[in-house]
Design a protein around this ligand. Sequence first.
Ligand code: MRU
Length: 357
Amino acid sequence: MSIIDKLKIKPMEWVEKEEGPRFRWLDTRLIPWEEVYRETTDYRRVATAIKDMEIRGAPAIGIAAAYGLALAAFYSDTNDVNELFNVLEEAKKVLAATRPTAYNLFWALDRVMRKAREYMSRGVDSVIRAVVEEAKRIHEEDVRQNMEMGRIGSKLIEDGDTVLTHCNTGALATGGYGTALGVIRASVEEGKNIKVIATETRPLLQGARLTVWELVKEGIDATLITDNMVGYVMYKNLVNKVLVGADRITLDGYVANKIGTYMIAVLSSRHRVPFYVVAPSSTFDLSLEGDNIPIEERSPDEVRSILGKITITVPGVKAVNPAFDITPPSLITSIVTERGIITPPYRENIKRVLSQN
Ligand code: MRU
């Protein structure tokens, strides 16, 4: 039994069938109302699922993109290795154009393409096998790394803590365990009595819909607040720690994460609440420094309505919709990775900790 088969919540999987493999995923747009799995053999459909946020969360996006390349290779229908590479390059382009901020997307695509190149001289069948295996490996590694971050990060959490978390960083954002939510999960598995405050995470409500769904499913004490209540709960000393995930972290510790994260970090600093970021090494973009991270701008309609169902303002009013913001390293207490906990000064320590095996 693989580590993926043992997961309580399976956000995605590679399914072997007699007529050929399929990629299968849980459509997170429908959670918590319905649990609908979708499947495809077409990498373009995987790209659409990422773009439309059926699959979301940086690690999950990376894994899905890797499986997208696996589908492109398997169903490329060619015996010519150069043609196979043309198909893979085109698929990479389509998958890379889905969401610009999550670094795991580009990291996973590059990793699979490197593996494909390594096997190029051995012919089409070897490349296909290598690409499929690499995608599965990326998925399994993510789950293992999440569990390791859970084990390492749970040392920061004490029995009786109330932890505030933003957006969704759980099974539904990763290969199936979670980053920040993975630390909460691991702390509870260790027997600690933890309470969680989840922010609703406007405009797409990942906190209200997904984080609360995961916490309730696992019997973890959850309280939902709207995003603008964070100052109030901190002022009232109702939170001991903040745990968030990340979409991209630069070499000097700037963190892009769901819009609203920066506001929570500023409030944490004002109220002396430790602010922890939890992310695997695949989220670190060591080619960037400072706040030069590309930020995805989504449709203003998402702000003007609730999930496209109810219009909440005057039709056509101007609205902006940056999907992420950037938190500077000065506001971050430490960063939990599968290789250890990184503390300031980040420029030195990120390199040092990430180069450990
Ligand atoms: O827009 P989303 O839902 O993809 O944003 C997700 C987040 O911001 C998460 O906090 C981040 O990807 C880390 S999740 C492990």
